[in-house]
Design a protein around this ligand. Structure first.
Ligand code: GTR
Length: 400
């Protein structure tokens, strides 16, 4: 009997340990009063402890430092060259969307080290006499049916008709062309071209590969006379929104960045540990970020960056971030605070963000501002409401 009792006690203790471990590891905090005090790294202080006072020091010293820190610790190195980029238009329809647009399905092939990666781009260009036109490029992390070129299937995730009606081009590619979103198959794409990334502790993984892909599409846009490549917004939702931020930070040619419900290691501050945490994201999605990033599991304060610095690296270009009221996992308040803490970088360019001191209420978009924001009523998603505000934001900024 004592043996049984000891066994029961032991099991009780052991199960308790496991559940405490699970709680510590994965149970998310959704209680604002439990957010522990934290100190964010100073956007405007260089590694040599120099205060950045003007945009020259920002552009030549601090911004490159910030990009390097994100490469080293979070998203990984970004390959700087490739051997060849070619493209072919596989299909066109000059009277798409009841004659409102031209469809182009473009196959972009990038070759490096004799290995190819193929990006399938779906592009609609509005039928209007003034060309080139500004455009929106979605990094599609959901089903390919969301970007159906035939328009037999329509989806608010990519409401192409709405964008065309506003006079902009609209394009999308699927993340699986660059790196399948899977813990083992992610290597079957861009990483075949740059195998050194796989062995490096700061090698890029899937999110880096998707951002790299967005830049290759921009390389193509520069050759397409219909598109004003100097006015392209890169758009992403959630994991795609992490990639749209990284693409815009790495590639200054993106004129605008839109990051929808991007949450942890997207637009939300990691140090708040509200909703998803670094440990959770590295554990469930080990194929998204560098090996180095794993050092910061339960160790956010040791990170030399936080996500406000990624937003700062996009300055002075317009950036729009969103959340959804029921998507606490992506930390709406932490996203708003990241934007607020990036204001000083925009300030170096004399740009005011016009964001209020505190998060605006639900469904109160702020578009007349270099950094825009809304918290939509509802769930984690990319919806027609979100897009309608991206279009308003573009109307303000692409007109300039
Ligand atoms: C979740 C993940 C988030 C976000 C989301 C999505 O499972 O924890 O970071 O990326 O998926 O992409 O919808």
């Amino acid at each position: 009997m004592p043996y049984l009792r000891n066994f029961a006690l032991f099991s009780f203790f052991f199960l308790g340990l496991i559940s405490a471990y699970a709680q510590n590891t994965f149970e998310a905090n959704y209680d604002e009063s439990k957010v522990q005090p934290y100190t964010l790294p100073d956007v405007l202080k260089t590694a040599a402890n120099q205060k950045v006072q003007n945009k020259t020091t920002w552009e030549t010293v601090r911004r490159p430092e910030i990009i390097r820190l994100f490469e080293e610790n979070v998203y990984g190195q970004m390959p700087k060259s490739y051997d060849r980029l070619t493209y072919s238009v596989k299909n066109t329809n000059a009277s798409a969307m009841a004659g409102k647009a031209t469809l182009k399905e473009v196959l972009i092939e990038v070759v490096h080290n004799s290995k190819p990666v193929k990006i399938n781009l779906v592009l609609f260009v509005p039928k209007k006499p003034q060309k080139p036109v500004p455009g929106f490029l979605l990094i599609n992390n959901r089903g390919k049916d969301n970007t159906d070129p035939t328009r037999a299937h329509k989806s608010d995730f990519w409401p192409a008709e709405m964008v065309i009606d506003s006079g902009y081009a609209v394009a999308a590619f699927h993340v699986s062309d660059l790196a399948p979103d899977d813990t083992s198959r992610y290597v079957n794409g861009v990483l075949q071209l740059y195998p050194e990334q796989l062995t490096a502790n700061n090698g890029m993984r899937a999110i880096g590969a998707w951002a790299w892909g967005a830049s290759r599409v921009l390389d193509y846009f520069e050759k397409d006379a219909d598109i004003d490549a100097k006015k392209v917004a890169v758009v992403g939702h959630s994991r795609g929104g992490k990639a749209s931020l990284w693409a815009a930070a790495e590639d200054k040619r993106f004129a605008m960045c839109i990051t929808n419900c991007s949450g942890n290691t997207g637009a939300a501050l990691s140090r708040r540990r509200f909703g998803e945490t670094i440990r959770r994201i590295n554990t469930v999605f080990p194929h998204w970020f560098t090996r180095n990033y794993k050092k910061f599991n339960d160790n956010e304060d040791a990170l030399p960056v936080d996500q406000h610095m990624l937003i700062a690296a996009i300055a002075p270009r317009p950036l729009y971030a969103t959340n959804a009221s029921k998507d606490l996992w992506a930390d709406p308040r932490g996203t708003f605070l990241a934007l607020k803490n990036a204001e000083n970088a925009y300030g170096l360019y004399g740009l005011k963000s016009n964001l209020p001191a505190e998060s605006p209420g639900i469904n109160q978009p702020i578009v007349n501002s270099q950094m825009g924001y809304h918290n939509r009523e509802g769930e984690h998603d990319l919806t027609a409401y979100d897009w309608s505000n991206f279009l308003k934001f573009a109307r303000v900024h692409f007109r300039k």
